[in-house]
Design a protein around this ligand. Structure first.
Ligand code: ADP
Length: 270
């Protein structure tokens, strides 16, 4: 029926022919869209009051005459307002990437350039926070992928940020994060990007679930480090909407590797 959305499942029949089952998912799609719009609108509306709270609290904290108790309370308000800010920003990004309206502008781009740019951007952040992590570039391919540069930067940024955040708890060993990319034929012909850390690792039962929205292995730790539980859900959405796949491999107390693929550019630019 025109204007309605269907999900199609088809299978060949023994002896020839095929059977196709159509599910009308128009209503499901509508409900999901309403939910997405609602989340996006609420997040957007929360931005202004939150900016105001943060601004006023910061101004108050500049006063030297504050009592220690007042200073402590204001610092707590600031910490929580900052956390809410991050959450609303992540919810907005999530709503944007999940809605069909998100415009991707894919173009041929060298995978190695994506890796270099992401590492450069993230190294700056790490240097600022002086967290003692070296972000290194490993093996890279010269192949070009067909992808939206900003979206891939967001994925690599999320993965590197996680590797830095969760890769630190190994005593006095200075942590390393290695970002690399190489050609693959499976599951698609293209490039596989890898972000490897030598941190605490992720137990097997959590490995697939961490890509779900708001799923966090250790809630307290993640919250303390400023996590919202949305980073990997956003990353998965971006990768899948460009025809790739994302997964994680990990060994407890050895480290984790996050891997995602992007399709090869069929008409590379020189
Ligand atoms: P968060 O904002 O909590 O970091 P993410 O969606 O980015 O949210 O990650 C979900 C959870 O997956 C994290 O809370 C953490 O428990 C786990 N995780 C992600 N990356 C790593 C990593 N490199 N090492 C160990 N655990 C990780």
């Amino acid at each position: 029926v025109p204007g309605r959305i269907y999900e199609v499942n088809a299978a060949p029949m023994p002896g020839g022919g095929a059977v196709a089952v159509l599910h009308d998912i128009t209503r499901v799609e509508e409900v999901e869209r309403t939910q997405r719009d609602f989340v996006a609108n609420v997040s957007h509306e929360l931005r202004t009051p939150l900016t105001s709270i943060t601004g006023y609290v910061e101004t108050l904290l500049d006063h030297e005459t504050l009592s220690p108790v007042a200073r402590e309370f204001l610092s707590t308000i600031l910490k929580n307002a900052t956390r809410m800010n991050r959450l609303t920003e992540d919810l907005l990004v999530m709503a944007r990437v999940e809605s069909a309206s998100q415009e991707l502008h894919p173009a041929p781009v060298a995978a190695s350039v994506l890796v270099q740019d992401a590492v450069k951007a993230m190294s700056g952040l790490v240097a600022e926070s002086s967290s003692g992590v070296d972000i290194e570039i490993g093996e890279v391919t010269s192949m070009q992928v067909y992808a939206d540069v900003d979206a891939v930067m967001q994925v690599l940024g999320n993965l590197i940020e996680n590797a830095v955040k969760y890769g630190l708890s190994r005593g006095d060993v200075r942590s390393r994060v290695i970002v690399s990319c190489h050609e693959v034929q499976e599951p698609i012909e293209g490039v596989e990007f890898r972000v490897r850390d030598f941190g605490q690792g992720i137990a097997y039962e959590h490995l697939n679930r961490i890509f779900e929205r708001f799923y966090r292995v250790d809630k307290t730790r993640s919250r303390e480090s400023g996590g919202t539980g949305l980073g990997l859900a956003i990353a998965r959405h971006i990768v899948q909407s460009q025809g790739g796949a994302i997964r994680a491999e990990s060994k407890m107390n050895v480290g984790s590797t996050f891997l995602f693929t992007l399709p090869k550019a069929l008409y590379p630019v020189s």
